[in-house]
Design a protein around this ligand. Sequence first.
Ligand SMILES: Cc1ncc(COP(=O)(O)O)c(C=O)c1O
Length: 473
Amino acid sequence: MDFLMVQLNKDSKIPLYEQLYKGIKDAIINGTIEEGSKLPSKKKLEDYLAISQTTIEFAYSQLVAEGFISSEPRKGYFVHNLEELALIEQPTPLVLQEESEIDSYSIDFSPGKIDTESFPFKVWRKYAKEVISEGNKDFLLLGHPQGDYILREQIASYLYQSRGVKCTPEQIILGSGTEQIMPLVIRLLGRDAIYGIENPGYPLTHHLLEDDQKSVPIPIDEDGVIVSKLEQTNATVMYVTPSHQFPTGAVLSATRRNQLLHWAYQQSNRYIIEDDYDSEFRYTGKPIPALQGIDQNQRVIYLSTFSKSLMPSLRIAYAVLPKSLIAQYKKKYSYYAATVPRMDQHLLARFMEDGSFAKHLNKMRKIYKRKLEIITKTIAEYEPIVTISGEQAGMHLLLTISTSKSEDELVLLAKQAGIRVYGLQEYVTGELDIATYPKIVLGFGGIEVEIINDAITSLINAWDITKNTADSI
Ligand SMILES: Cc1ncc(COP(=O)(O)O)c(C=O)c1O
């Protein structure tokens, strides 16, 4: 068979299954393999090319997913008619077809998920009833463009007590999610701003800023963003997640915090955007105060959200602007209505005011801590092949797997076992040689306590890693 001529380079950085997939795909496109031909069985190809059946399975699955071949039960794989296929020649991200498949996973380690078992529905319902009442006809009309004062007041007091953030309600702006607030902040800072973005980092910042070429990726190490690298660039605004870097989980060290503030103080147009998205959940050591609280020169724009602490579907986040930017903000945005429904604002304000929010956070901290303990204990059985980092806070951590398999392979193997995980490379922009070994971002918020041990064991089994012994591949 002609296409058994596919050349595989075992020393290449490109995984074998990707080389095989591409080789067969090219052969189908240029007609070397004719329409209707049967591809060799996995066993035959395994013997011929001296590669594993898993590798062949990956390549064939991707070709099936893209419509180049189809699988007929008990007969094998057959090449499709190309004319029926709209061929789009572009770099094909292997493996990633996911949006429509999200529901097909039985275990989902997405970092965006929270525990839905412990939400205080009763109290929430009570306030919803109180707020949605004829006595509150006023809530049918527009409120303050920055969000109603009553909620901003609650947030200001909560932030001071729990995060050391110093602000008045006048400095707070509510928005329906960090993703709605970031573009406002970017517009506020003007066209000349050049953004330092964490790399790897929060995809939103990459999407928002990369297109306009207004951003410079700044690498991360175990102490968070490497400020000395930032200093070598022309960036004027640095976006950081200092309390629990997304996605590596690194905590910005005290030295780096000072260095970063010092960098901002050197020029009047420099700012730091501090995204404190999951800092409510810290499990070891003392809470680390927000950068905003130690900033002496009004250079920190503080962002946070209720997506982790309450629920992502609430769509309430906020920014605390330095006083110096408030007048400018009002001038630019006072004609825009607040993007958060007023009834939700008032409901949340009552929930915070009566202490339910603090109670909920205490409860959830214990639950997430418990989940983390189970994960740590289960993973310990596979150390040092699998190691954990970034677990001091939040609802995700990083696994480093000492294996010759690539990140894509690990993600795909998990997927075949019905488990959704993400490779760290997905959060990287441009070229960044971050990983000696593949790293997997593991969100544990959404996995129920009762199944978390089994979920981790199934994941490790899918990767074919044995307890406390070297991976054989
Ligand atoms: C780094 C980071 N910031 C902010 C958020 C929250 O975004 P939003 O407020 O739009 O839900 C997330 C995700 O939950 C995140 O990972």
